[in-house]
Design a protein around this ligand. Structure first.
Ligand SMILES: *Cc1c(COP(=O)(O)O)cnc(C)c1O
Length: 230
């Protein structure tokens, strides 16, 4: 799409999504702030700019290399979120992001901690949990969390801000609520383990309203904003 068409498409969708988020937040009663992350994977830098023009300040990408190419072309100060699985040999590049949602192993935590230390910064991360136990999804099991929370204190350059999870695709509402409720429990375990873990990144195009009802602080929307990916 030409950039002006893309902007004309995205702005009203963002307005409607924000209304739906506000309504879901009121229904859920958790009282949280909700950050809308525009997931621009597979789309060009013009998608980032269209989101920015619509008032979005947070952008999510799955792959480090694709994100770096876009970062080089974007001059406005969006916050960059890494939401996809990260290989340890890319940890150094991941230290450029503002928030890494996909901390899914202790070995990756050590690699990210080293990378953040080299970059002389503290990197904010979310611990990914696999509540449903699907073998295709990465992330810790709930019962891993107390031990993980304790050992993450050894990563001096990481700041553990909360939990990220993904629900099964096309799940029915009861399953979604179980998964999102499990993510809330995981957050409680991090907090009990002494981390400033207020955030819950959950909810995609198909399930973000239920996620916000269940307390999501960050929703990650791609298809809803930009249409299908080819
Ligand atoms: C692609 C992706 C999204 C966005 O998915 P949509 O269904 O297009 O909104 C959100 N989170 C993660 C981890 C993703 O990989």
């Amino acid at each position: 799409m030409p950039i002006s068409d893309l902007e004309a498409h995205v702005a009203p969708v963002v307005a409607e999504v924000r209304e739906r988020i506000a309504a879901a937040r009121a229904r859920g009663g958790h009282g949280q702030d909700v950050t809308l992350i525009a997931v621009t994977k597979t789309h060009g830098p013009e998608a980032v700019m269209a989101a920015w023009q619509a008032g979005i300040t947070d952008v999510g990408e799955n792959r480090v290399q694709e994100a770096e190419a876009k970062m080089a072309q974007i001059a406005v100060p969006v916050r960059w979120h890494l939401i996809g699985h990260l290989q340890r040999n890319k940890a150094r590049n991941a230290a450029r992001f503002d928030l890494v949602h996909s901390l899914d192993s202790e070995r990756l935590a050590v690699a990210l901690d080293d990378a953040a230390g080299e970059a002389q910064r503290v990197l904010e991360v979310l611990v990914q949990v696999n509540v449903s136990g699907e073998s295709t999804k990465s992330g810790f099991a709930l019962h891993d969390l107390p031990g993980v929370a304790e050992r993450l204190h050894g990563c001096r350059h990481l700041c553990v801000r909360g939990i990220m999870t993904m629900a099964p695709f096309d799940a029915e509402e009861a399953v979604l609520r179980t998964v999102f409720g499990g993510a809330r429990d995981a957050r409680t375990l991090l907090q009990a383990g002494g981390h400033p873990a207020d955030w819950l990144s959950m909810g995609m195009s198909g399930d973000y309203e239920v996620a916000v009802e269940e307390g999501a602080t960050h929703v990650r929307l791609g298809t809803m904003l930009f249409g299908g990916r080819t």
